[in-house]
Write a protein that binds this ligand. Structure first.
Ligand SMILES: *[C@@H]1O[C@H](CO)[C@@H](O)[C@H](O)[C@H]1NC(C)=O
Ligand SMILES: *[C@@H]1O[C@H](CO)[C@@H](O)[C@H](O)[C@H]1NC(C)=O
Ligand SMILES: *[C@@H]1O[C@H](CO)[C@@H](O)[C@H](O)[C@H]1NC(C)=O
Ligand SMILES: *[C@@H]1O[C@H](CO)[C@@H](O)[C@H](O)[C@H]1NC(C)=O
Ligand SMILES: *[C@@H]1O[C@H](CO)[C@@H](O)[C@H](O)[C@H]1NC(C)=O
Ligand SMILES: *[C@@H]1O[C@H](CO)[C@@H](O)[C@H](O)[C@H]1NC(C)=O
Length: 488
């Protein structure tokens, strides 16, 4: 009850100030504090009746944070511009002469989690403990994390939330979290990493996200500056200022709850801002980068193999058995490759949507940065055990039917920021889930073909020790660290 209230307060804190139905924080791409994405496939978010989740895996971006040093420099430049000039400001800009950037301890804030980020992480731990009920009181949990501090801190707060029930503060031998910390964004762990994009040398050449996003921004930022400059006398906003001011909506909302920059811009201006982020991720690390599926595939293959075995088992050659809930903490750019490897949000059969247009946002697109790489955004796979009632050879799914002629079958569901996402061509299970055997065949067949051979496609044929497999979930790599987390 208490945790639910804290989480509710956190959610209200983020959404209350925007009373109109359009919420800029749901269209701010990677600057959006976490929110549950809307269902795009019309599938309810609840576990289907007659099913229980018996294994689940999450790969997620760290929680809400302060700006990186580069964006913080942009905030400071904007602050100096607002301070170091004589001008008058009115209308939506009336507040800017007194605006102060929300960073008050420079050595300890930029790059690191905000309080909202810590809350998001703790809340997910509590949410998943309750949703799956995989862990008995007093049992430990092991999670995996890339090792930059904001990512480890997310893993730490998650673990504390996950372990927050009960009276274990004085019982250090039970109810512990263990974080297996992997080298972050290095080039020597190849596919065996939560940050494989930096282990694939050819990946960078396929990345055309930033130029595509910049070209799109150039089509709308000047018009916004012209509109807003009518509210200023003695000061002129440039397109660069517009970019910083739109970023400040999401960032300042999560850092200190100030939403004044959110109110400066019109709905259509937020949709353009969002689309620039969509292009950045689609062509940068998503399906528009020809190496994206290659980079995301090793993790997908590893969890598909574990799902085929079921909970409590390890793959051949493994020396540890992952828990039923397999958590991996990483950065934004490592989520779109998972979407690509799974073959989601890139269906060329939907005419005119993919590949994304460089100039004209299509409202039918499902690939939206805001619904994937918001802070603490995730891709999750759940393995469901569902009771299937057999009726004279015809298989039907009946909730609450009497237990005659019932067998249990396994299915796989993908969730992205909680919203269920159907796998195109594999939706015959309850609530559009994919039968497990079909899922593993899909991963090992068509998706493996799209991904290709990691070592070859990344240009690592002549590199000693290069590997195309993610084995870290079952074999602890020699360069991993272990961090114990208790509640105290
Ligand atoms: C502050 O104003 C002075 C005088 O107008 C100008 O020379 C200087 O470049 C400005 N500094 C910044 C950081 O904008
Ligand atoms: C939990 O982890 C601690 C520290 O590694 C260990 O001493 C303890 O035996 C573990 N407890 C359980 C229930 O596995
Ligand atoms: C990794 O980076 C180092 C330093 O930039 C470089 O010397 C080395 O060749 C790189 N290794 C691979 C496999 O790309
Ligand atoms: C995305 O769709 C394009 C066009 O159909 C296709 O060439 C590409 O392989 C797809 N990408 C992925 C990751 O499936
Ligand atoms: C039970 O299910 C099997 C397999 O679907 C079917 O062949 C059989 O007819 C069913 N029996 C009854 C009584 O429904
Ligand atoms: C390859 O792995 C071996 C054994 O772990 C290690 O001694 C060697 O330094 C590695 N080589 C390179 C180029 O990383």
């Amino acid at each position: 009850m208490h945790l639910a209230l804290i989480y509710l307060t956190g959610a209200l804190f983020i959404s209350a100030a925007s009373c109109a139905s359009f919420n800029p924080l749901h269209h701010s791409g990677p600057a959006s504090p976490y929110f549950d994405a809307p269902s795009q496939d019309g599938v309810p978010a609840d576990t289907p009746a007659g099913c229980v989740v018996d294994q689940a895996t999450y790969i997620l971006r760290h929680g809400s944070r302060y700006p990186e040093p580069g964006s913080f420099a942009g905030w400071q430049d904007l602050f100096l511009k607002f301070q170091n000039n004589s001008y008058t400001a009115s209308g939506p800009l009336a507040f800017i002469p007194t605006w102060v950037p929300p960073v008050d301890d420079v050595p300890h804030e930029p790059l690191f989690l905000s309080a909202t980020g810590a809350l998001e992480s703790f809340a997910l731990g509590a949410e998943l403990r309750k949703r799956y009920q995989f862990t008995k009181g007093g049992e430990n949990i092991t999670v995996w994390s890339a090792s930059q501090q904001r990512v480890l801190d997310t893993a730490t707060f998650f673990t504390r939330g996950y372990l927050s029930q009960g009276n274990y503060l004085t019982v250090p031998s039970s109810n512990r979290g263990s974080i297996i910390s992997l080298p972050d964004s290095v080039n020597f762990t190849f596919a065996n990493s939560l940050t494989p994009s930096t282990g694939c040398p050819a990946y960078a050449t396929g990345d055309t996200g930033a130029p595509s996003a910049s070209a799109f921004r150039a089509t709308y930022q000047n018009a916004i500056a012209t509109r807003l400059n009518k509210f200023l006398d003695g000061l002129t906003l440039t397109s660069t200022d517009i970019g910083v001011m739109q970023d400040l909506c999401g960032f300042q909302a999560e850092v200190n709850g100030d939403m004044r920059f959110c109110d400066v811009f019109e709905d259509s201006e937020w949709l353009d801002y969002e689309y620039a982020h969509d292009l950045n991720y689609y062509y940068g690390s998503g399906p528009g980068n020809p190496l994206s599926a290659t980079v995301g595939f090793p993790w997908v293959k590893a969890v598909s193999d574990l799902f085929a075995l079921g909970p409590g088992k390890t793959t051949p050659g493994g020396n540890i058995t992952p828990p039923a809930l397999i958590m991996g903490f990483t950065h934004d750019n490592n989520l779109p490759p998972i979407i690509s490897a799974l073959g989601l949000w890139n269906d060329s059969r939907v005419e005119g949507v993919y590949p994304l247009s460089h100039t004209a946002p299509n409202p039918m697109r499902k690939f939206r940065a805001s619904f994937l790489v918001a802070f603490r955004g995730y891709v999750a796979l759940e393995r469901l055990a569902c009771s299937i009632v057999h009726d004279t050879g015809k298989t039907v799914h009946v909730a609450g039917a009497p237990p005659t002629n019932v067998t249990t079958s396994s299915f796989v569901r993908v969730r992205v920021d909680r919203a269920p996402v159907a796998i195109s061509g594999c939706t015959s299970g309850p609530a559009s889930t994919c039968p497990l055997a079909q899922f593993t065949a899909y991963v090992n067949g068509p998706r493996a073909n799209v991904a290709g051979n990691f070592v070859q496609r990344c240009g690592l044929q002549n590199v000693a020790n290069a590997t195309g497999e993610a084995t870290f979930l079952t074999v602890i790599p020699p360069d991993a660290g272990e961090i114990l987390v208790g509640l105290n």
